[in-house]
Design a protein around this ligand. Structure first.
Ligand SMILES: Cc1cc2nc3c(=O)[nH]c(=O)nc-3n(C[C@H](O)[C@H](O)[C@H](O)COP(=O)(O)O)c2cc1C
Length: 253
C-alpha cells in the first residue's frame, strides 16, 4: 500500500494539515502537487491498494476552480481517498461535497473526510498559528481512526456535509500587486499557480487568471507584494464577526 499526498496549497496551510495526516499513515509519502499543471499529475499509476490524501483549501465555500481540472488529470484507479478541506476559520460550506464528487469522477473511493482549520491566507490574523498543537493532536487522533478503517478494509462511504447544487462562490477579486520594494526577481511569476503574472513585468497581472490565492505574497523573498490596504481592511472588517470564534476540526468516517 502506497500513500499519496495530492495537494493544492498556495500559501502552505493546507500542506501543513495534509502532512500531519499523511505522515501519520506512513512516513513514506509520494506527493503529487497540484500547484503546477505541467507536473507529473497524469503519470502516477495509483492502484486500488493505495491510499490518497487529497487536500484543498476552501475558497468561498467551494473547491478552488483550478483543482477540478488538475485533479481530473490523475487516475484514481479505485484507490481509497481521504478528503481534506482546510479553511480559514469562517466556514467550508460545500467544499467537501464538491471534493467528494471530483474524487469520485477521478476514480477514487472516498473512505473518510476531514475539515481542518489553518491561518486565513488573505487576512492572516484569523486562525493565526493554526494548525496548532491542539489541532495536531486532534488530526493525529482522526488519522488513527481512519487507519483502523483502512486496516479493516471497510469501504463504507462517510456522510459528508454540503449541498448539491453547490453554493455559488463569491470570490474576493483581490489581486496582489508589487510594491516599491520589488526587484523584479520573478519568483512570484514562476510560482504563480495560474501563470497570471507577467514574467517580464510583475506589475502586469492577468485579472481573469488570478484566483487571489495569495501565493505571490507568501513566496516573495522581498515582502514586496500586497493587496491594496483599503481592500484589505474591508476584507478584514467583513470577516471579523464570522472568523473570530475558534472553529474545530471535524472527522467524517
Ligand atoms: C480566495 C480565497 C477564498 C477563501 N475563502 C474562504 C472561505 O470561504 N472560508 C474560510 O473559512 N476560509 C477561506 N479562505 C481561507 C483559506 O481557505 C485558508 O486560509 C487556507 O488554509 C488556505 O490554504 P493554503 O494556505 O494552503 O493556501 C479563503 C482564502 C482565499 C485565498
Amino acid at each position: 500500500m502506497k500513500i499519496f499526498e495530492i495537494v493544492f496549497s498556495p500559501t502552505g496551510g493546507t500542506e501543513k494539515v495534509a502532512k500531519i495526516v499523511a505522515n501519520e499513515l506512513n512516513k513514506k509519502v509520494i506527493t503529487l502537487n497540484m500547484l503546477k499543471r505541467n507536473s507529473t499529475l497524469d503519470k502516477n499509476q495509483l492502484t486500488k491498494d493505495d491510499v490518497a490524501v487529497i487536500s484543498v483549501p476552501s475558497y468561498g465555500g467551494r473547491v478552488p476552480s483550478v483543482v477540478s481540472e488538475r485533479l481530473s488529470l490523475i487516475q484514481g484507479n479505485g484507490a481509497r481517498a481521504i478528503l481534506v478541506c482546510v479553511y480559514g476559520n469562517r466556514a467550508y460550506e460545500d467544499t467537501l461535497a464538491e471534493l467528494e464528487d471530483l474524487a469520485d469522477k477521478a476514480g477514487f473511493k472516498t473512505v473518510a473526510a476531514i475539515s481542518a482549520i489553518a491561518e486565513h491566507s488573505i487576512v492572516r490574523q484569523y486562525a493565526s498559528g493554526r494548525p496548532d498543537t491542539q489541532d495536531k493532536d486532534q488530526l493525529i487522533a482522526f488519522t488513527k481512526a481512519i487507519k483502523k478503517k483502512l486496516e479493516e478494509k471497510d469501504m463504507s462511504k462517510p456522510q459528508i456535509p454540503g449541498n448539491r447544487p453547490y453554493k455559488v462562490s463569491k470570490l474576493s477579486g483581490l489581486v496582489p500587486k508589487p510594491t516599491k520594494k520589488c526587484v523584479n526577481c520573478k519568483v512570484c511569476a514562476t510560482e504563480c499557480p495560474m501563470q497570471a503574472i507577467d514574467f517580464n513585468d510583475p506589475s502586469k497581472i492577468d485579472k481573469d487568471k488570478c484566483i487571489s490565492c495569495m501565493r505571490c505574497i507568501s513566496v516573495c523573498p522581498y515582502l514586496a507584494r500586497s493587496i491594496h490596504i483599503v481592500k484589505y481592511k474591508a476584507a478584514s472588517a467583513m470577516l471579523k464577526k464570522v472568523c473570530s470564534d475558534r472553529k474545530e476540526n471535524e472527522l467524517f468516517i
